[in-house]
Ligand binder design. Structure first.
Ligand SMILES: Cc1cc2nc3c(=O)[nH]c(=O)nc-3n(C[C@H](O)[C@H](O)[C@H](O)COP(=O)(O)O)c2cc1C
Length: 227
């Protein structure tokens, strides 16, 4: 990626046509681009459904092949990721897991990742925290505090959830954008002077600080702090 542009890659494991997971990805991407503000960003959505055969062939050959190889390279090079899977039998889908089994752990280290999932039932929202988040923690990525789960009723707005889907999308996207910006302090924003490139070496620590600040703010809100 060029020095002055951030690369945002979204990985969609939805299989439906239309796909509710892709719909969620599109909302998250729009919100993230919005939150990145003046920072230039390139966006790419990888639909794993189109890569299913290459992913399966890659699994049996032991290395990424064909279009799957290209997609993995994009993920490796990304400054930030949005990943979303449908819930299948109370976990991520096999296709989602197979794809991320092809990445190199060292190329994921410190990468900001927003995790998301869709399901038929709201009761499986914990999939974010018991399956997807641990996978990316193992890969040493930096998972933003807010994960986004959308059940069928969330799309209709009838879930009665106190934090509406659009609020969760906005909050998660803001956290991802903050983490991506913090990891690249050299990027110009809003006409501000370009930072010293040497500070980019501290990217992971700066990212962590931004995430902690976002987490504390969210927690304060849950406790009723209106400020
Ligand atoms: C094989 C299979 C297993 C599923 N298991 C679950 C499940 O355990 N929990 C759940 O909430 N939804 C489950 N679903 C529903 C899907 O997660 C849901 O329809 C999802 O939003 C589909 O995403 P898509 O439209 O992007 O393909 C399952 C669907 C399939 C096909």
């Amino acid at each position: 990626m060029t020095d002055s542009t951030l690369s945002l890659v979204a990985v969609n494991a939805g299989l439906g046509d239309p796909s509710s997971t892709r719909l969620l990805i599109d909302r998250l991407v729009d919100a993230a681009v919005d939150e990145l503000g003046a920072v230039r960003a390139t966006v790419e959505v990888v639909d794993l459904r189109d890569l299913a055969v290459d992913i399966a062939r890659s699994m049996t050959s032991g290395f990424a092949l064909g279009d799957a190889r290209e997609a993995i390279a994009r993920v490796h090079d990304a400054d930030g990721l949005i990943v979303a899977t449908p819930v299948f039998n109370a976990s991520y889908s096999g296709l989602f897991k197979s794809f991320f089994d092809l990445v190199e752990v060292d190329r994921m280290q410190g990468k900001p990742v927003l995790v998301a999932a869709t399901g038929g039932s709201p009761r499986h929202s914990m999939v974010l925290d018991h399956a997807i988040r641990p996978l990316f923690s193992y890969l040493r990525a930096v998972v933003v505090p807010t994960g986004v789960y959308a059940a069928a009723e969330d799309w209709a707005g009838t879930s009665g959830d106190t934090a509406l889907l659009s609020d969760r999308v906005r909050r998660a996207a803001a956290e991802l954008a903050a983490a991506m910006r913090a990891a690249r302090p050299d990027l110009p924003t809003d006409g501000a002077p370009v930072g010293d490139r040497s500070t980019a070496a501290a990217g992971v620590d700066v990212t962590q600080t931004a995430l902690e600040a976002a987490g504390i703010a969210n927690f304060a809100k849950l406790l009723g702090d209106k400020g």
